[in-house]
Design a protein around this ligand. Structure first.
Ligand SMILES: [Zn+2]
Length: 73
């Protein structure tokens, strides 16, 4: 392998690494989104989350972020 070939190969690897890193980042973002919520409902159809600013599902105990929380008024 010549030096030029090594450099070309390195460039190719860098491109591939960049792609995989982006994919990894997207998968991690999806993973954390999956863990953010739950869809438990009481028998009457109300969401099972209880609490104020920080909600906790009373069925699975998961900590839920308020989705529609408004920062300003
Ligand atoms: Zn739940």
């Amino acid at each position: 392998m010549t030096q030029a070939e090594r450099l070309a190969r390195r460039e190719q690897l860098r491109v591939d690494i960049g792609k995989v890193e982006l994919e990894l980042e997207q998968m991690r973002a999806e993973e954390s989104r999956l863990l953010e919520g739950c869809e438990h409902l009481y028998a009457d159809g109300r969401g099972a989350a209880t609490g104020g600013r920080v909600k906790i599902c009373s069925i699975c105990g998961r900590l839920l972020k308020a989705r529609d929380e408004k920062l300003w008024g």
